[in-house]
Design a protein around this ligand. Structure first.
Ligand code: DQA
Length: 148
């Protein structure tokens, strides 16, 4: 099982970025944390981070063309307004989980809005780095029940 983990704008600044909200661990720490949990779940992971919308969209296209089994996407602030990312997710046939480190439902009002939510299979948020692990577990279970 092969999953693409996409992180959007400013997530490369984890560790320095608003540590009261996002914690003191870095983006590299995040990738290591996800990779380790994924190995235990027998999931292969590929990581992509970009501060540019187009790069995220082209990575979503590669998920389609290269037959990935699932996607975890933390689109950062693009979550709240990028119809282009939404359209790219809508192309995919595999499960896509919207992920957020922080509790987006209890912050600024604009963060409560997700334009990608409707085209995603599930949403995991508010559990720090563990939101990504929740997403991995969700995809594993989802694919298992689909197989049965
Ligand atoms: C975020 C929440 C977004 O509102 C914000 O713009 C981010 C990070 C999160 O992981 O909590 O960049 O997606």
């Amino acid at each position: 099982m092969k999953i693409m983990v996409i992180n959007g704008p400013n997530l490369d600044m984890l560790g320095s970025r608003e540590p009261g909200i996002y914690g003191s661990r870095t983006y590299e720490d995040l990738c290591g944390y996800i990779r380790e949990a994924a190995q235990k779940l027998e999931i292969e992971t590929e990581f992509y981070q970009s501060n540019y919308e187009g790069g995220i969209i082209e990575t979503l296209h590669s998920v389609f063309l290269e037959n990935y089994d699932g996607v975890l996407i933390n689109a950062g602030a693009y979550t709240h307004y990028s119809y282009a990312i939404r359209d790219a997710i809508a192309i995919l046939k595999c499960p896509v989980v919207e992920v957020h480190i922080s509790d987006v439902m209890n912050r600024d009002d604009f963060r409560k809005i997700s334009v990608i939510e409707e085209v995603c299979t599930a949403k995991c948020y508010g559990r720090g780095f563990d939101s990504y692990i929740d997403g991995l577990e969700y995809i594993k279970k989802y694919l298992k029940t689909k197989q049965e």
